[in-house]
Design a protein around this ligand. Structure first.
Ligand SMILES: CC(C)(COP(=O)(O)OP(=O)(O)OC[C@H]1O[C@@H](n2cnc3c(N)ncnc32)[C@H](O)[C@@H]1OP(=O)(O)O)[C@@H](O)C(=O)NCCC(=O)NCCS
Length: 181
């Protein structure tokens, strides 16, 4: 199983078929989907499709979201990482940063840490010039994470009737920020 990054407490690895039960627990939770369009997953079959879709992205794009694992307990905390996004913004394809954690792992700095590891991978390993991200305008936690790791807000846009904040990160600014997280 490929490991992409780690800290003393967290491991970021590829998502595999055996993550289905954990991903179902994550994505069937309405609290988790509060700012994601309020449509939690209903069946394990939907999750199996999502896993296939993510694993296809690894092959096609060389990148996709990663599983976040608590190294102390081996527990699956959620996912975080980069994705080559082709559907969210009309006529603009880009590398997107995202994260989604089980509620018991919220408020421990995990999104911030994994966001930083993902930025580091995108800019240092993949040599990307820019990364982008978005968050529902009312999703205080996610907006805070993005600003904390160095993303710059640029505009509000609408996606599926939701107002989303749009953020950009120029790799030139990454070195300057790299010691802050
Ligand atoms: C958004 C989410 C990833 C945040 O993860 P997290 O690991 O709890 O975030 P962190 O602990 O790194 O928090 C970063 C900062 O945001 C703050 N924060 C996090 N959640 C918050 C909330 N609900 N309300 C207010 N502040 C919040 C933290 O206090 C911290 O602030 P600080 O640096 O001043 O101490 C998590 O709540 C989640 O998975 N939500 C459901 C899925 C989702 O909305 N994903 C994002 C889609 S854009």
């Amino acid at each position: 199983m490929k490991i992409f990054a780690e800290t003393d407490t967290l491991l970021l690895r590829e998502i595999v078929e055996s993550d289905a039960k954990d991903l179902f627990e994550l994505d069937s939770n309405p609290e988790v989907h509060r700012y994601l369009g309020n449509k939690p997953i209903k069946t394990l079959a939907e999750i199996e499709e999502i896993i296939s879709y993510i694993r296809k992205q690894y092959q096609d794009n060389g990148i996709g979201r990663w599983a976040v694992v608590d190294k102390n307990t081996g527990e699956f905390a959620g996912w975080s990482g980069l994705k080559y996004e082709t559907k969210l913004r009309k006529d603009f394809h880009y590398y997107d940063l995202g994260y989604r954690l089980k509620p018991k792992f919220w408020g421990k700095g995990i999104a911030t840490k994994t966001a930083f590891l993902s930025l580091n991978y995108g800019f240092s390993e993949m040599k990307l010039s820019h990364l982008y991200a978005c968050a529902h305008v009312e999703n205080i936690g996610s907006n805070k994470v993005l600003k904390k790791v160095g993303f710059q807000f640029s505009e509000i846009f609408e996606y599926k009737k939701m107002p989303l904040n749009w953020y950009e990160f120029d790799s030139k600014n990454f070195i300057a920020n790299s010691t802050s997280c």
